[in-house]
Unconditional design. Sequence first.
Length: 308
Amino acid sequence: MFFPASVASGKKHPASPKGEQKHTMHLVRFTHQGHEKFGLLRQEEVIVLGEGRDLESILHRDMDSWLPDMAHRNLSIPPSIPAGEARLQAPLAHPSKMLFLGLNYADHARETGASLPKEPVLFAKFPNSITGPQGDIQRPPGVAQLDYEAELGVILGRRAHRIPPGRAMDHVLGYTCVNDISARDIQTRDRQWTRGKSADTFCPLGPSIVTRDEIPDPHTLKIQARVNGEVRQDSTTAQMHLKIPEVISTLSQTMTLEPGDLISTGTPAGVGMARRPPAWLRDGDTVEVTIEKIGSLKNRVQGTPEWA
Ligand code: MG
C-alpha cells in the first residue's frame, strides 16, 4: 500500500478565491473481501463510495455532474475500511483514449540525442496494457529489452473539442503516476510503437487519481523511477517541454478528448535504453514510479510462458 503524505483525514474543502468549490480527493478503485469497489484514499483508511464498475461509468461523465456530490459525501461519514485491507486496482480501466507523448522532457531528449519537437510526438496504448499498483508487469516471451518510463498522467474530466490553452486546465480532472513500459526490441523491429508499447500490463497506473485542485502547478513536481530501490530517473516536471495546457489544446484540435481519457506527458532522462550499457528490466525486479503530491506506483516484473 502506498499513501501520499499529503492526504489528510477529514480535510475541509473551502471555496477557492474565484468561488470554485475545491474537491481535494484521492480517488481509488480497489478489491475488498472479493468485491471490487471504489472510494477515497486517506492516510489510514479507504472511504467506500460504491461498486468498482460504478467508478468506470462515473469517470466517463462530465465531472460537473458528479465531482461536487462526491466531495460532499467525502465530508460526511460514509463507511470506511482500514487501508491495509484494500487491494488497489488501477483507477482507470477502459479509457476511450490513452495518448502518450514521446520526447517531451528536455533532459530525456538530450540523452537520446534527439531535438525537441514543435508539436507533440504522439502514440497510443490500449486498455489491455493497464495494470494496477499491485499488479505485475508481465514480460512477454522472447522480450529481452524491457524498459521503464516514469510519467505524469493527466486524466480528463470534461469533453475537450478545440479548446484554447487558456481554458485547457478546466478540462482536467486530476493526475496519476504512469509507468510507460516498453519492449524496445519489438519497438525497434516493428519500426512503429504499437506492439512494443501496448503489451498486456505495459501501463501500470495509480495509486489514485489526485484531483486537480490539490496540485496547483503540475509543472513543479519531483518525478523519479527506482529499480530495486536504485534511483534511475530523478527529475522534475519542470523539464516538460510542451506543457499540459498546450498539449490538451493541440490534441483537441484534431481529436475530441472525452472524460476519462488519459494523456501521459512523457518521461525524463534515465531510461534503461539510454544508459551505457543499457539497463533492461529483469524478471523479479521491482520498478517504482514516484511523483511528488501524487504517490508511488510499484510493480514487479514477471516472466511469462510462451503458451497460456
Ligand atoms: Mg513514454
